[in-house]
Design a protein around this ligand. Structure first.
Ligand code: ATP
Length: 259
């Protein structure tokens, strides 16, 4: 990792970039993961690099959904494995979820590397190596484990691609996505769309899970029933608009030219 001065105004962002770059160097993250990360950074900038209120509601509802699920699975790709490996393991533990490696640019070597990486961080079982079932997709994401994503009722998909999200929803699964882009096909087709950075979302969800795991099914269902995903998307788009407007006003840029 490069020596980044802690007083650099974009210290956290640079450290995060290094995690992704190291993921690529270690053969965990596909090179394409760099561009996906860049798109995420751009949306994080627009959203103010903070967790908005409706994302907190989405995170709480998502945890309730995982806790109520019969067979919850957390899908992991190369970016997620590089950014939040320990967080994924903890969240899986508190919500009794399986972890499955599922890759768009799938190679067996990379699947094994990610499985080993997660195991080195404390995961016991990691699915994704069997690839003994197929879902209706023409790329690597279509190869899944029969005992994992294929038979799951709820799938958490951080940093998803829209195709697979739509396919999983089409299979009557509940899909929880974490994607900073409220305009993506993923965010618009998920059952619960968490518009937040995976680096902030996963720790928040762990805290919710610690508390909510002892809640009864009724109260978990209430949390889900009182959540509205269209409102969550709308509030993320509104937040971006407001951020652009205040930036323009603060910097004396005529905002009304955008009318
Ligand atoms: P879709 O197919 O859903 O329209 P896409 O083609 O943009 O999405 P990808 O190219 O796979 O999907 O991009 C990955 C997505 O992950 C992007 O939408 C980006 O905003 C999001 N993303 C990247 N890094 C992060 C992160 N750290 N936290 C949350 N989301 C992220």
């Amino acid at each position: 990792m490069a020596d980044i001065p802690q007083n650099h105004p974009r210290y956290e962002s640079l450290v995060t970039r290094d995690l992704i770059v190291d993921g690529v160097k270690n053969g965990i993250t596909a090179i394409h993961g760099l561009t996906a990360h860049g798109r995420g950074e751009a949306f994080d900038y627009l959203i103010g690099e903070k967790t908005i209120e409706m994302a907190v509601c989405a995170q709480r509802a998502a945890v309730a959904m995982l806790l109520l699920a019969k067979k919850p699975v957390i899908s992991v790709n190369g970016n997620t494995a590089a950014l939040v490996p320990e967080g994924i393991i903890k969240l899986a533990d508190f919500t009794q979820s399986e972890i499955e490696v599922n890759l768009f640019h799938r190679t067996e070597t990379r699947v094994h590397r990610i499985v080993n990486h997660l195991k080195s961080k404390g995961a016991h079982d990691v699915l994704g190596q069997y690839g003994d079932a197929k879902i209706d997709l023409s790329h690597g994401r279509g190869i899944v484990d029969k005992n994992g994503i294929f038979s799951a009722d709820v799938v958490l998909v951080p940093l998803e691609d829209g195709d697979r999200c739509q396919t999983l929803v089409g299979m009557d699964k509940k899909v929880i996505s974490i994607d900073l882009n409220p305009l993506s096909r993923t965010s618009n087709s998920s059952t619960i769309s968490i518009i937040d950075n995976v680096l902030r979302a996963i720790p928040n969800m762990i805290e919710f899970a610690k508390v909510m795991k002892s809640n009864n099914n009724h109260s978990l269902q209430d949390v889900i029933d009182s959540y509205n995903n269209r409102e969550a998307l709308s509030s993320a788009i509104y937040e971006i608009g407001e951020n652009l407007k205040s930036h323009a006003i603060e910097n004396n840029i005529p905002w009304n030219h955008f009318k």
